[in-house]
Design a binder for this molecule. Structure first.
Ligand SMILES: Nc1nc2c(c(=O)[nH]1)N[C@H]1C(S)=C(S)[C@@H](COP(=O)(O)O)O[C@H]1N2
Ligand SMILES: [Mo]
Length: 221
């Protein structure tokens, strides 16, 4: 089981089924992830709603910023790496209870990309899309403009690996981790909030840690 994280997402759902049948009741069955592997990578669990996700790197990664903006843009990985980076160290908190304390993320604050694009005064929200072709997320514009919301290129002082949503994922520090869309490929400025993947299935759109999803008693980070 030690090398499991390196096996890759394509094989993960199959492995998960294998573990469930081998481990029975001890396997983790978790409503926020079709793929929910055993703890590894220092307390993380790997999640993907897609059964396989293409790998993208410096040659073929692209992030588009479009929608209700004056200047739509496309960024390569190098483009993003050349912009000023911000480091945020908080606890990663999944809504299902697991937590990874003091986890450094680094990347470009989302507000910088929004400012560069020139957000329309009529816009109120952001929709995030992913190159897994399945996951979506959303933030209101005030949430998206917080300085602890990053387009993250690094986690735990290393480039973001594929299983954690690399080369680029969203990191919304004050919210449950389902807001932090992995394999980020699109930032679309919208008029209204369009609830994301798990939000259409019942999770709170405003996912503040400790104040949402019926977890008002949970510790705040
Ligand atoms: N594209 C994509 N992003 C995603 C998810 C997903 O399934 N697909 N799962 C979310 C959930 S519920 C969690 S807890 C975290 C898990 O991130 P990790 O796999 O790096 O631990 O990613 C979030 N972002
Ligand atoms: Mo999650």
């Amino acid at each position: 089981m030690v090398g499991l994280g390196a096996v890759g997402l394509a094989a993960a759902p199959v492995l998960q089924r294998g573990f469930e049948s081998v481990l029975g009741a001890t396997a983790d069955k978790d409503p926020t992830g079709i793929t929910s592997l055993l703890p590894n990578g220092g307390g993380f669990r790997y999640y993907s709603v897609a059964s396989s996700v293409p790998r993208r790197g410096p040659g073929d990664y692209r992030l588009t910023v479009d929608g209700m903006v004056e200047r739509p843009a496309t960024y390569t990985l190098d483009d993003l790496g050349r912009l000023p980076q911000t480091r945020v160290v908080r606890d990663v908190q999944c809504v299902t209870g697991w937590r990874v304390p003091n986890t450094p993320f680094e990347g470009v604050p989302l507000y910088r990309l929004l400012d560069a694009a020139g957000v329309s005064p009529q816009a109120r929200a952001i929709r995030f899309t992913c190159f897994d072709g399945a996951y979506t997320e959303s933030l209101t514009l005030p949430q998206a403009r917080r300085d602890d919301v990053l387009v993250a290129l690094r986690m735990q002082d290393q480039p973001l690996g594929h299983t954690h949503g690399g080369p680029v994922r969203l990191y919304a520090a004050p919210m449950y981790f389902y807001k932090s869309a992995k394999w980020l490929s699109g930032i679309t400025v919208t008029r209204d909030v369009e609830p994301g993947y798990w939000e259409r299935l019942g999770y709170d759109v405003d996912a503040w840690v400790g104040k949402s999803n019926g977890r008002d008693d949970a510790p705040t980070v």
